[in-house]
Ligand binder design. Structure first.
Ligand SMILES: [Zn+2]
Length: 173
């Protein structure tokens, strides 16, 4: 079954998502599985609930090479950010063909709840840290392409970490 994503410029993507109540009901349990399926089907490494039509504060992520390490983050909050930042290009499954150059923190500590409602606190680096900051933006109605202020500088050769889209495909070839 092909899963259709909510795409830019749909105003639904601008919604500020709501907290997820615990214990998770069946519908939300099913939604986490649906989000993972949508992410893998579109060759993504991250996907927020708002991208499949639910304004809930949760996202899924799998930055592993094999695409076999699914992670679910519910009611996430960034507890700490590194001073070191890096500017890089990001793509978004909800904005195919577009990229945004975004400065992100290299390391973050994320507080979130797992599917049992248990509070977790973990440190993430590099691609995972970037992906999480991208997904956190989705929860607040923000897109990576918003950072690009209309002046696309395509001629420059930059390193390109495609967040969300194409990353796995590119790294395989
Ligand atoms: Zn995105």
């Amino acid at each position: 079954m092909y899963i259709e994503l909510v795409k830019y410029p749909d105003v639904f993507l601008r919604k500020v998502s709501k907290d997820v109540p615990f214990p998770l009901d069946d519908k939300t349990e099913r939604l986490t599985k649906f989000m993972l399926r949508a992410m893998y089907q579109h060759h993504g490494i991250g996907l927020a609930a708002v991208q499949v039509g639910y304004d809930l504060r949760m996202f899924v992520m799998d930055c592993s090479r094999g695409g076999d390490k699914p992670k679910v983050f519910i009611n996430p909050e960034i507890a700490q950010k590194s001073d070191e930042t890096l500017c890089d290009n990001e793509g978004c499954l909800s904005a195919p063909g577009k990229t945004g150059e975004v400065r992100r923190h290299l390391r973050i500590i994320l507080k979130y709840q797992n599917q049992d409602g248990k509070e977790e606190k973990k440190t993430f680096y590099d691609l995972e840290a970037r992906c999480i900051q991208h997904e956190m933006d989705h929860l607040d109605g923000k897109l990576c392409i918003d950072y690009e202020k209309g002046n696309y500088s395509r001629e420059k050769h930059k390193s390109q970490t495609m967040v969300e889209s194409d990353f796995r495909i590119k790294s395989d070839s």
